[in-house]
Design a protein around this ligand. Structure first.
Ligand SMILES: NC(=O)c1ccc[n+]([C@@H]2O[C@H](COP(=O)([O-])OP(=O)(O)OC[C@H]3O[C@@H](n4cnc5c(N)ncnc54)[C@H](O)[C@@H]3O)[C@@H](O)[C@H]2O)c1
Length: 409
């Protein structure tokens, strides 16, 4: 890190895949408080492309070498889930701050090891995703309203995370990424979608227990072969034009892969502050009728309801109207939809939309420079991880799983 005058954090990233080139690198390269020192990937085509497009100064094909030799303060871990535990431990034990893409780990013992290492090293850590967390002002407001009692006592909720409809009519399964989404080590669609438990905890507070059913529903898949991403990157000339999602859904799927981890998980969560609810994670394999929604989070209390989606970011109806910032003519408080920041095509990103990759990058760097604890820190990551790992454990044992971690929110 440079002195307080320069105020720059030296960053290295590992994983020059889709999430890195579409979201993190175009932002990091423009941050005044970041010096993008190094990129690392097992494929040189990808490190070369990242140096060319995003101005990274050094490339590494071996992660240990980057940690041992590169002059960096922080590491962004953007590889497939199977590498997250060893890569995070290596970085943290070398005293580096970390941003860890989801999932933190797929086993609680690994997640605990990471948490312990982070505490011992005293480094800053962000565990993705930061979307739907208190880092997002809309969710901070919603949580505040729930705490003030806008819903009364929460009775029940339901959420189904079936795959974003913004990908087009039929995302079906992930179109690429065997290591990221299909192998046993990936954790399957359960650990691909921590967005679901994140939404629940951000609005309703910590989780007390989980009872779940988990299975593999669709074993055989066809995805776009890995080389297509390299061909795509080779043709990109504009750092803002490196979003593979803009093309991958239209590319031919010719590689057969098997789903080795769960893709159909139905959990019943009991919350510490009261209320129980169901949460389904998986992917839909066929289009749903436009307007029917995909099962966004709905919360029902004795005195009010809170709904996400239906054309809005969120809506609340309550008998405690004085608690709401405003009430529309239809009797509801609505937070307008902000569009999807992630995709260029489906639909166009809305200026001002919460882009979690950018917000997390900014937050980590700010927390390092100002010596603050991140909001989406490792304790948060541990709790969200336990909601998923606990669901798997419950599905295996047939018994309720009692949570051992908590969060203050
Ligand atoms: N793609 C998205 O839109 C998206 C969104 C949110 C989160 N994520 C998460 O980001 C992570 C990466 O996903 P992705 O879609 O970018 O996958 P990807 O397969 O496109 O990229 C992963 C990259 O890591 C590299 N890699 C793997 N093992 C390595 C090793 N041992 N050493 C060096 N490099 C190695 C691969 O070569 C590849 O380039 C996953 O954890 C995923 O859950 C992805």
């Amino acid at each position: 890190m440079t002195g307080s005058g320069g105020r720059q954090v030296k960053v290295g990233i590992v994983g020059c895949g889709v999430v890195a080139t579409a979201y993190y690198l175009p932002y990091l390269m423009r941050m005044e408080t970041v010096d993008l020192v190094a990129v690392c990937d097992r494929f040189e085509t990808r490190t070369q492309a990242c140096m060319r497009l995003f101005g990274a100064k050094e490339q590494y094909l071996d992660y240990d070498e980057m940690i041992d030799h590169a002059d960096i303060d922080a590491v962004f871990i953007l590889t497939a889930p199977g590498t997250h535990v060893p890569f995070t431990l290596k970085a943290v034990e070398a005293g580096k701050h970390v941003l860890i893409q989801k999932p933190l780990a797929t086993e609680m013992q690994d997640a605990r090891l990471i948490a312990e290492a982070i505490r011992t090293a005293g480094v800053k850590a962000i565990v993705e995703p930061s979307s739907s967390t208190l880092l997002d002002p809309d969710f901070a407001l919603l949580r505040e309203l729930v705490k003030k009692g806008v819903l009364g006592d929460v009775l029940w909720f339901s959420l189904a995370w079936t795959g974003p409809t913004t990908y087009g009519p039929a995302l079906g399964s992930n179109p690429y990424g065997q290591d990221a989404f299909y192998t046993k080590e990936s954790g399957g669609f359960l650990f691909d979608l921590p967005y679901a438990p994140t939404q629940i905890v951000s609005l309703l507070g910590p989780c007390k227990s989980v009872f779940a059913h988990a299975s593999i529903g669709v074993t055989d898949h066809t995805i776009v072969p890995e080389e297509a991403y390299d061909q795509f990157l080779a043709g990109v000339t504009d750092p803002d034009g490196a979003n593979y999602w803009d093309v991958v859904l239209d590319l031919p799927r010719s590689k057969h892969v098997r789903m080795e981890a769960v893709d159909n998980v139905y959990s019943m969560y009991e919350m510490v502050e009261g209320g129980v609810g169901t949460c389904h994670v998986g992917r839909i394999y066929h289009p749903i009728l436009p307007g029917t929604g995909g099962g966004a989070l709905q919360i029902f209390g004795t005195d009010g309801n809170l709904l996400l989606g239906a054309g809005y970011t969120a809506s609340i109806i309550t008998s405690h109207k004085h608690l709401l910032p405003r009430v529309e003519a239809d009797g509801w408080f609505h937070i307008p939809a902000r569009g999807d920041h992630n995709r260029a095509k489906w639909p166009q990103p809305t200026p001002g939309a919460f882009n979690y990759y950018h917000e997390s990058s900014q937050h980590l760097i700010d927390c390092i420079l100002e010596d603050r604890e991140p909001i989406v820190n490792v304790d948060w990551g541990l709790h969200i991880t336990e909601m998923m790992a606990g669901a798997l454990e419950s599905a295996r044992s047939g018994e309720r799983y009692d949570m051992t971690t908590t969060v203050e929110i």
